[in-house]
Each structure stands twice: as C-alpha cells, then as structure tokens.
Design a protein around this ligand. Structure first.
Ligand code: ADP
Ligand code: MG
Length: 237
C-alpha cells in the first residue's frame, strides 16, 4: 500500500475501518481500439470527519475516481470498501441501497429540480420513504447552511452559491457517512466558493468524510489533506 501519512492506516491499525477505502484500483476504458488508463493502482483511505481534496487537471481521472468511490462506476481491478466492507462486486440493487444509506453527492451543476422549492429539493432523496421526520430535517439542514429564510424559494430565485448550499443540504438528508463532491466550486466565483467550502468544513465537524475532486486550488486551503491525480496515478502532495 502506498498510503503514506494516512490517518486511515492509523485507524485501521487501531481496528477501526475507514468509511472509504480504495485499494489497488485500476479503471481502464476501451476506446476505438485504444486502452485508456483512467485510474492506475489508486490507494486511498478517508476517515470519518476528514476532508480530502483530490486535485488534477482535466482528464487526470478525477470524475472516474469519484464515481468509483460513489459506486456509480466499477473498477476494472482492485477493491472498494465502505466501512471495511468489500463492495466492488455488489450487484446494482445493493449498490443503490448502499449509495442511499452511506453516500451523499454534490455536483458542479447543482442538479436541482427547477419546479421544486428548496425544501422540496432537499426532500427529494426521501420521497419513497414516507418519513414524517424528513421535512423538519430538511428545514433544519437548510437552516444549517444559512438558508432558513429561503425554504420556499425555487432555484431560479437563488444565487449559484445558494443553489450549491441547497445541494449540500440535499446530500445530507439521509445522514450519509460520506459526502462526495465533483468540482463543487466549478460554477462559483471565489467568494461564493469559499462559503461553500466552509460548509464542507462544517460537514466534517459532524464526522462525515468528505472527498472533493477539483481543479480548483482554493479547495486545498480548506481540506485536511490534498492528493493529486496525474494521468490516473494518485500522488501525495
Ligand atoms: N466513459 C468513458 N469512455 C472512455 N473513456 C473515458 C470515459 N470516461 C472517462 N474516460 C477517459 O478517462 C480519462 C479520465 O477521465 P475523467 O475521470 O473524466 O477525468 P477528469 O474528471 O479528471 O477530467 C480521460 O482520458 C477520459 O477521456
Ligand atoms: Mg471530471
């Protein structure tokens, strides 16, 4: 393992499994008779409450890595472990269930439903659950990200930073152990980006593990640890 300086290794030695672990992960794509190595022997452990930034230029494998961590993509080789449980070979139904239980996602483009209010957007991952506590939890989460006075606003009535904070609240509605963010500040100016990154810091205080992949160096100021992807290889900074 090339996990140097990883708190995950310490946690593992202490008998506590990290919420997220990639071990020897390869992902290749076949394209027009050519093999693209999107990820090569990637090892990463992320602890509860740890904010890890993954930086790298376009095409370095960031989205592939995040999708692998989020069980949206399957490695060609290697293992993905959630809470110490091997999940690389899980079938679709199990992956869907694990995603819902353990993982929240935040994307560059927010992916809010334009016809729904902020609260309704946050509630979306719970619509099939008939959980009476979901609505107060959604309102509480929106309050925590500073949008307590925007509960009934629709996305067009919100700024970019506010939309991303709604997306963060939505990602937390099922109380995940892990929050995965793909270029979360990609559509935001620097000041707004800082506000959003401050929210990730607070999410970590609540013991959620956060992984943000980005080419925005600003993220590294907020992360506990930064690793770099170079042509599919993960390097410690
Ligand atoms: N579905 C796919 N089919 C073929 N090649 C892909 C696919 N997805 C990604 N790639 C290739 O894998 C490499 C890494 O892509 P990606 O993970 O999207 O990088 P990043 O997010 O850092 O821009 C790139 O060379 C990209 O062209
Ligand atoms: Mg990408």
């Amino acid at each position: 393992m090339t996990r140097s300086r990883s708190a995950g290794a310490e946690a593992e030695a202490a008998g506590v499994e990290p919420p997220l672990l990639l071990s020897g992960v390869d992902r290749t794509y076949e394209r027009g008779g050519e093999t693209v190595h999107a990820l090569q022997d990637v090892n990463l452990a992320v602890d509860a409450g740890e904010f890890v930034a993954v930086v790298g230029p376009s095409g370095s494998g960031k989205s592939t890595m995040l999708n692998t961590l989020g069980l949206l993509d399957t490695p060609t080789a290697g293992d993905v472990l959630l809470d110490g449980r091997e999940v690389s070979d899980a079938d679709d139904a199990r992956r869907t269930r694990l995603r819902k239980e353990y993982i929240g996602f935040v994307f560059q483009d927010f992916y809010l439903i334009p016809t729904l209010t902020a609260t309704e957007n946050v509630l979306l991952p719970t619509v099939y659950d008939a959980d009476a506590k979901a609505r107060p939890r959604a309102e509480d989460l929106l309050g925590r990200v500073g949008l307590g006075d925007r509960l009934t606003h629709r996305p067009t009535e919100l700024s970019g930073g506010q939309k991303q904070r709604v997306a963060i609240a939505r990602s937390l509605i099922n109380e995940p152990e892990v929050l995965l963010a793909d270029e979360p500040t990609g559509n935001l100016d620097t000041d707004t980006g800082r506000q959003v990154l401050g929210e990730f810091e607070r999410v970590c205080d609540g013991d959620v593990a956060v992984v943000a992949v980005t080419h925005d160096e600003l993220v590294t100021e907020y992360a506990d640890r930064t690793v770099e992807l170079v042509d599919g290889h993960l390097e410690v900074r």
